[in-house]
Ligand binder design. Structure first.
Ligand SMILES: *Cc1c(COP(=O)(O)O)cnc(C)c1O
Length: 234
């Protein structure tokens, strides 16, 4: 087994244990492998070990990998690519043309451009809104109080499908503190769904990374984004 295959097995075991501890169905949490800074060979290795969803922070780097792997396919299911890094206006076309998901939308203008630029032959772009759940300085993401209005606006855009929320809570000193931060995101997610203003409820709460995936799953994450524990240090 390759190191990446072994690491994936360990991460899946951590996720399964966290689901069990939280009394949750293991099938209710997806794994997004964050391949930023690693090359196409690392992605190939992960795909050979059954991992098909990948996250990229840097758009140009992600598009290079998407194109490289499209021109020499892997033989398994198609890969699913998530943009999880900041999207500036001048990069929306690249994102709209190449990625399947964007988890880092935090402005209506970016959402509108993605919708306008999504090519007609592709399915709608799958979108999560990024929330700055703990008010961390220098961090992207919407203030929690602004999320409902943007969710309603994004849900109206023809070429986007609003799937949920993404957050990157600050590192916490211990499990209980980490859970408290993640639970704020879960409470916001539930409040928006329960407000009854979305025709289609959100189904994705993207929370948890290498260091805090157990706390995120405890709080209700449906997608953990894991880089270091799969591919190694950056
Ligand atoms: C890098 C990154 C991750 C993965 O972080 P690790 O600690 O390496 O697991 C997850 N989400 C986002 C938005 C990232 O930028």
């Amino acid at each position: 087994m390759t190191m990446i295959a072994q690491n994936l097995k360990l991460v899946r075991a951590r996720m399964a244990a966290a689901c069990q501890a939280a009394g949750r169905d293991p099938a209710s949490v997806r794994l997004l492998a964050v391949s930023k800074t690693f090359g196409v060979d690392a992605v190939r290795e992960a795909a050979a070990a059954g991992q098909y969803a990948f996250g990229e922070n840097y758009i140009a780097e992600g598009v290079d990998k998407i194109l490289a792997l499209r021109s020499s396919p892997l033989g398994g299911p198609a890969l699913e690519w998530h943009c999880i890094g900041p999207v500036q206006s001048n990069k929306t076309r690249l994102v709209a043309e190449h990625f399947d998901w964007v988890q880092s939308v935090d402005r209506l203008k970016i959402a509108q451009r993605l919708s306008e630029q999504r090519p007609p032959h592709l399915p709608p772009m799958q979108v999560c809104l990024q929330v700055n759940i703990d008010g961390g300085a220098n961090k992207s993401g919407l203030a929690p109080g602004d999320v409902l209005a943007l969710a309603q606006a994004v849900a109206q855009l023809p070429r986007l499908a609003l799937r949920g929320l993404m957050a990157i809570p600050e590192p916490a000193p211990d499990f209980v503190a980490a859970c408290a931060l993640h639970e704020r995101a879960k409470a916001l997610f539930d409040a928006i769904n329960n407000a009854g203003v979305l025709a289609v409820p959100m189904d994705t709460l993207s929370l948890g990374m290498t260091a805090d995936l157990e706390a995120a799953i405890h709080a209700g994450s449906t997608m953990v984004r894991v880089g270091t524990a799969i591919f190694g240090g950056r």
